[in-house]
Design a protein around this ligand. Structure first.
Ligand code: FES
Length: 99
């Protein structure tokens, strides 16, 4: 029933180059930044400021703030609310991401 919602990713995957933690990647251009990080296998995008616990995108609609990243060396922002753009620089708060 939801297949048509994802057909643009499956049938016409326009690629976009992004730089995540100084490593260049190709991701589908239709993804959010949070989606691109998950697509690339990142299961942790930041650490809890008090406990140090691993955190990752949860709600994907701008409510939980678990997806904070730095985009183009600016202030931290919610990755789920930003669409990937060509040559976008994405920096996660923690560098050990692909565990
Ligand atoms: S995943 Fe919840 S605010 Fe981004």
């Amino acid at each position: 029933m939801t297949d048509s919602l994802f057909s643009c990713l499956i049938e016409n995957p326009l690629q976009c180059t992004v730089v995540v933690n100084n490593v260049e990647h190709q991701v589908p251009a239709q993804l959010s930044v949070a989606g691109a990080l998950l697509y690339l296998g990142h299961r942790q995008v930041r650490q809890h400021s008090v406990s140090g616990e691993a955190r990752a995108p949860f709600c994907h609609m701008g409510v939980c703030f678990e997806c904070l990243v730095t985009i183009n060396k600016g202030q931290q922002q919610r990755a789920c609310l930003q669409q990937v753009m060509p040559n976008m620089r994405i920096d996660t708060v923690t560098k050990e991401l692909t565990q």
